[in-house]
Design a protein around this ligand. Structure first.
Ligand code: SF4
Ligand code: SF4
Length: 148
């Protein structure tokens, strides 16, 4: 439900052991306590305070800025194969019904979650995904210019 990773033992896995110890790679979800690993109450309390502090940095803002470089799907090319959905480490892309009348399905990017890593675009066999500013055409033109 939270779309966050587990380690081999079944505990939640933080985004980075030292740099983001109470965060997940998925934005806006934080952890504290025994869901991380078995620990003493003082450790769990300190971690809970850290998680509350991290959550406050988001809740205290009126608006949030999303990444400018995010994936974008051309629904006409998308065959709804679910490959991108499987690959995205941030759970930022999902195949949905985009036209109730025809039942047409296509991948839809959640721009608030997308990190613009390009994994989905590189693996889409239908070439239906571009990362803004890094479309296949742009990259081919850049290579052609370099070769000139
Ligand atoms: S990998 Fe490409 S074709 Fe498959 S669901 Fe994603 S966008 Fe659509
Ligand atoms: S660019 Fe990366 S983060 Fe964004 S939807 Fe594609 S795989 Fe997910």
């Amino acid at each position: 439900m939270l779309k966050v990773p587990l380690n081999a033992e079944g505990f939640f896995l933080e985004a980075h052991m030292k740099l983001r110890p109470v965060d997940f790679a998925t934005e806006g979800v934080f952890m504290a306590g025994l869901c991380h690993f078995p620990k003493f109450i003082d450790e769990a309390t300190a971690q809970a305070q850290a998680a509350a502090g991290r959550a406050a940095t988001i809740l205290s803002r009126d608006t949030l800025e999303a990444e400018a470089t995010v994936a974008s799907v051309n629904p006409d090319r998308c065959s709804a194969c679910h490959m991108c959905e499987t690959l995205c480490a941030y759970r930022a892309i999902e195949v949905k019904t985009i036209n109730e009348r025809t039942g047409k399905q296509a991948a839809v990017v959640n721009e608030a979650l997308c990190k613009g890593c390009g994994a989905c675009a590189a693996n889409c066999r239908s070439s239906a995904i571009d990362v803004r500013g890094f479309s296949a055409e742009n990259i081919v033109r850049e290579i052609a210019a370099l070769l000139d």
